[in-house]
Structures are given as structure tokens and as C-alpha cells.
Design a protein around this ligand. Structure first.
Ligand SMILES: Cc1ncc(C[n+]2csc(CCOP(=O)(O)OP(=O)(O)O)c2C)c(N)n1
Ligand SMILES: [Mg+2]
Length: 569
């Protein structure tokens, strides 16, 4: 069989059932092999960047290998945003790209990226943006290389890998005669029992002395499927639960111990519980910028940090941990619960303050949709097990703050790499990997404009994703930043088309809504339709998301800012 036939068969052998990519001469063999495959659905995207985002989306909640492919040179280079996202968000994805024919290396052939004679050096670039990058030089090594790459994607902290294949190796005179199915040898990252014991001792001593312990849970815990284990831990030991924006909903947000989201656009109730805690048990989070109020220096003054993360690299990165366990989150939580059990007797119910967003009344602006109230409606109408994605921008703050998730539902904002359109496009991969779950994307109009044309891909392949566009004709987040830094704004406003008319022209359902009742009716119709849908929701510009650069609140942040100014910092 030809090289790409062997690759596709190998991917079938590890359960891959969809792959996303772009066309090209050095991708043609992959396209043909997918066309012939009975098990893998080949999805041609309009832009290879979208293919890389869809591969991320495919892996996001399924942990199946996300696969994207592209032709050599420019096609391959369109992958870097998806690879960046997969690196920072730990998605196991494989990017397969063509490469110019070997015999013409150095002569400037079409799409050459050898690094010679002023061509870019793609092998160095892919090495820098992945966990591992392989260049195939002999088709006899195809299965070895593929197996090594797929294992590497899953090993330890998952992430992206890459294989490039010169065009000449895809010709029929290069046959793979040693095909074999792939063997995955993935060892979960197990907690060290000595570290678990140490952590259990510290936690038990604190609980038995009446000290306050809170859990702060991030996306790593969601990726590892630790929800049930975390619910048992917090219920048994009465530990109030805070989440990062990415850990939101790991346990129902209506659970009495769920206090809210801890981040700069999160809930004051969560900030208060954090500041009152003696010990923070952080599970599967990386203490990144927005989850730490721009690395607020006083975050761990007077409180201890116990940090559980799958990657040693994350420990002590932003804040020195007093105790740490390098482990998959679910395995660590189970081990901590078991070690605590004999050490801690029955616990009195934790005293927790309710979340402020429950009671928060939003003052609206007549005739225009308030984005916070729209987020509340989305949360209320979201079906069981739905997946709600936000893209990059102010809209993620509205959704993160006002949507209340039940167990089984998921929310994911643009991660720390934070590419616009990552989830606008990635949603298609999410839906393909989770066909029984409703997938809704709340995206800014800027994000949608960047890459919303993949709606055609959804229409063509009948992938029923619902896009809700927070249409404010501006890059709101950037405007807010300009206003705070420069006290005025520029180049942030733009004109939009009628996105609903555009959606209809593409063959999707399109809705243009100007008030909250219209939105509710449109969303209900979209949910019932089973079709790709775009809701162009024309929101007011006169609403500002909840935000503070200090967990002590907005006033404290203002005072801190003034102090810094007077101290000349
Ligand atoms: C590819 C890319 N370009 C630029 C940015 C910087 N950026 C982050 S949010 C944002 C504004 C997005 O605007 P919109 O989608 O309208 O969302 P809004 O803030 O208005 O809700 C920009 C430009 C980015 N994250 N990714
Ligand atoms: Mg906008």
C-alpha cells in the first residue's frame, strides 16, 4: 500500500473516525486514502487553520487523537495556531503535512521549506511548536514513525505532534510492505504514594484544627474526567469548590459547595473564599495570567498551596507550592480521598457564601440585548450534556460569569494561547467527536468574521453546531483595554454584514435578533432544528463585563494602582 494508505489504516487501528485538512499536491495521497476509508470521515476545510482547530476540538472532550493534514509549505504553515492551542491546552493531536520532493531540495521547488536558499525551515518550526516532529525519509519506517508520534502525543501531558512526508514518497513506486496496526503504550501519570501521604497529612491536620481548606480546580481535572472524584472529595470533607474559568462546571454550579469562578472576571464570592482560606488545594490548573489576577503577588500570602498537576513544569511556575503531586488529576484526587478517609472524622457542613451572580440583577438597556442577560438565557436553555464554547473576547467573560452549568455540561473558553476563531472553528471538531451532545459557540463578531466561513464545512457535512454571535460591531475586549491604558480608543469598531442572511445564503439556519425575547425564540428554534445555525444577536455596547485586577475587589485594585503610580512604578 502507498504511504498515506498505511497512515490512514494505522489511524483507523487506534479508533480515529474523522480527520480535518486542506487540499494540495503533496496532500493528494492523504485525501485519496481518506476518500477510500470506510472508518475515517475526511473533512475538507476552507482554511487549514480551521482544520488544526477542529483537530483540537475533536480531542477536547473525547481524548481521541485529533488529526489534521495539509499540503507542504503554506498549507502546513496554516497549522501553527492550532498547534499552539494544542500545546497550551494539552490536546493530543497529529498534524500530517506534505513536503517538497527530496530530489529538488535546495533548488527552490514549489512549497519548499528546507531552510536552504532562503526557503523557511519548516522542520525547525514544527519542532518548536510540537512535542515531537518527524520527517519521513523512507516508507519502510512509516509505521514506526506513526506509532512513535501517536504515543508521544498522549505521553505524560498530552499535546501536538507532527509528521512531514516528502511528495516523492507518496508515489506508487514507494510501497509500504511492512504495515502493522499501531500499538499504544500509554501509561497514566500516577501519583507518588509518598507525596499523597504528605498531602493527606497536611490536609487532615488542617481540617482537624478547624482551618479553612478550599479546592481550586482547572481544566486538567476536566480533561482527566475527575468530576465525580472531585464531587466525592468535596462532599465527604466539606471542601468549598472554586474553579478556574476552564474548570467551570466540573461539579454542578448549583451544588451547595460550588462557590464560583476564581479569575479576574469571576465571582466575588470565590475571591472572598480564596482569601479566607488557609490552604488551597489546586487541582489541574496552571495559575495562568487571568486565573491569578495578572500574577497578583499577594495571592499566597498567609495561605498554603498544595498543587496537583500532570506536568512537573507547572509546579512552582507562578507560585511556589508548599506541597505538590505530579499526576493525572483523577488518579490524584482518588488517592488523596483514600488517604484522608481514615484521618478525618465526620465533618460539619462547610459555611459558604452564595454566589453573587445568582442574585445579581442586570439593569438592561431598552430594545437592545444585554450580553449578560443573554448569557443567563443561554445557561437556562442549555440542554443536558451540552457543550458551550466561548471564543476570545469580552463575550467569554459574560458566558463565564452568568452561565450556570449542571453536571454533565461543559464550558470551554479560548485557553491561555487564546486564538480568536479557535472555538468558532473548533466547534465542528467537538461536534463530530460528540454527536450526541448539543454544541453551542458564543463568539464575538470579530472572531466570527475571522473564520466563520467554515459554516460551509458544517453545512456540507451536516454538522449541527449553533453559533451565537455577540454582535457589537467592535473588538470589545481590545476597546476596554485601550480605554483603561490610553483613556480613549481607536481602530476597534467595524461594520458587520447581516450574518443571518449570510448564514441562509450558505444553506444554514440564520436568525437576526434585536431583543431578548427574539433571542430566546431563535435559540429554541435552533436547538430543535438539528441543523447548523447562526444567531446574529445584536447586543448593546453599553455593558461592561465584571472584572477586577485584584481579588480584593475593584476599589482595592484602584487603590493599589494609585499606590503604584505614586511610588513611581
Ligand atoms: C488570532 C488573534 N488575533 C488577535 C487576538 C487579540 N484579541 C483577543 S480578543 C480580541 C477581540 C475579539 O473581538 P470580538 O470577537 O468581537 O469579541 P468581543 O471582545 O467584542 O466580545 C482580539 C482582537 C487574538 N486573541 N487572536
Ligand atoms: Mg465584538
Amino acid at each position: 500500500m502507498r504511504v498515506y494508505e498505511a497512515i490512514v489504516k494505522g489511524l483507523e487501528s487506534v479508533g480515529v473516525d474523522a480527520a480535518f485538512g486542506g487540499a494540495g499536491e503533496t496532500a493528494a495521497g492523504m485525501m485519496m486514502a481518506l476518500h477510500e476509508s470506510k472508518k475515517i470521515r475526511g473533512i475538507i476545510t476552507r482554511h487549514e487553520q480551521a482544520a488544526s482547530f477542529m483537530a483540537c476540538g475533536y480531542a477536547m472532550y473525547s481524548n481521541k487523537l485529533g488529526v489534521c493534514w495539509a499540503t507542504a509549505g503554506p498549507g502546513a504553515f496554516n497549522f501553527f495556531n492550532g498547534l499552539g492551542q494544542a500545546m497550551s491546552d494539552s490536546y493530543p493531536i497529529l498534524a500530517i503535512t506534505g513536503y517538497a520532493n527530496d530530489e529538488w531540495t535546495g533548488k527552490g521547488s514549489l512549497n519548499e521549506t528546507s531552510g536552504l536558499n532562503r526557503t523557511p525551515d519548516s522542520r525547525a518550526m514544527f519542532k518548536a511548536c510540537t512535542k515531537g516532529s518527524w520527517h519521513l525519509t523512507d516508507v519502510a519506517n512509516t509505521m514506526d514513525v506513526l506509532e512513535a508520534a501517536v504515543n508521544c502525543a498522549y505521553e505524560g501531558r498530552p499535546g501536538p505532534v507532527h509528521i512531514s512526508i516528502p511528495g516523492n514518497l507518496a508515489h506508487k513506486d514507494h510501497q509500504v510492505v511492512n504495515y502493522r496496526d499501531l500499538k499504544l503504550e500509554i501509561e497514566p501519570v500516577q501519583p507518588d504514594p509518598a507525596r499523597v501521604d504528605e498531602v493527606a497529612q497536611v490536609l487532615a491536620a488542617a481540617m482537624n484544627a478547624g482551618k479553612s481548606v478550599v479546592a481550586l480546580v482547572g481544566f486538567g481535572a476536566i480533561r482527566s474526567g475527575a468530576g465525580a472524584a472531585i464531587r466525592q472529595l468535596i462532599e465527604r470533607f466539606q471542601i468549598p469548590l472554586l474553579t478556574t474559568l476552564d474548570g467551570k462546571g466540573i461539579v454542578s454550579e448549583n451544588h451547595p459547595l460550588s462557590i464560583g469562578v476564581f479569575c479576574d472576571s469571576g465571582h466575588a464570592s470565590a475571591w472572598k473564599a480564596f482569601l479566607e482560606a488557609d490552604i488551597v488545594l489546586a487541582i489541574g490548573n496552571a495559575f495562568n495570567q487571568h486565573a491569578t489576577f495578572n500574577y497578583w503577588p499577594k495571592l499566597f500570602d498567609g495561605r498554603k498551596l498544595i498543587h496537583v498537576n500532570i506536568s512537573e513544569m507547572e509546579i512552582d511556575k507562578a507560585y511556589k507550592a508548599d506541597h505538590a503531586i505530579v499526576s493525572d488529576a483523577r488518579l490524584a484526587v482518588d488517592a488523596i480521598s483514600a488517604a484522608l478517609e481514615p484521618r478525618v472524622g465526620p465533618r460539619p457542613p462547610a459555611q459558604v457564601d452564595g454566589r453573587d451572580y445568582e442574585a445579581r440583577k442586570i439593569v438592561g438597556v431598552p430594545f437592545k440585548i444585554h450580553p449578560g442577560r443573554m448569557a443567563q438565557i443561554i445557561g437556562r436553555m442549555l440542554p443536558e450534556n451540552a457543550i458551550l464554547l466561548a471564543d476570545a473576547g469580552a463575550h467569554l467573560c459574560w458566558l463565564g460569569y452568568y452561565v450556570e452549568l449542571e453536571e454533565g455540561q461543559h464550558f470551554r473558553k479560548a485557553g491561555e494561547f487564546g486564538p480568536m476563531a479557535g472555538h468558532t472553528n473548533g466547534a465542528i471538531g467537538v461536534k463530530i467527536a460528540n454527536p450526541d451532545r448539543t454544541v453551542v459557540v458564543g463568539c464575538g463578531d470579530g472572531c466570527y468574521s475571522l473564520a466563520g466561513f467554515e459554516l460551509m464545512t458544517a453545512v456540507e457535512h451536516e454538522i449541527p453546531v449553533i453559533w451565537i454571535i455577540f454582535d457589537d460591531s467592535e473588538f470589545k475586549l481590545i476597546k476596554l483595554y485601550q480605554l483603561s491604558e490610553f483613556h480613549h480608543s481607536g481602530l476597534v469598531e467595524f461594520q458587520n454584514p447581516d450574518f443571518a442572511a449570510y448564514a441562509k445564503a450558505c444553506g444554514a439556519n440564520g436568525y437576526r435578533v434585536d431583543d431578548e425575547d427574539e433571542f430566546e425564540a431563535a435559540f429554541a428554534d435552533a436547538l430543535a432544528s438539528g441543523r447548523p445555525c447562526v444567531i446574529d444577536a445584536r447586543i448593546t455596547r453599553w455593558a461592561i463585563p465584571h472584572y477586577s485586577p485584584s481579588p480584593e475587589g475593584k476599589i482595592a485594585a484602584l487603590v493599589e494602582g494609585l499606590e503604584k503610580k505614586f511610588q513611581g512604578e
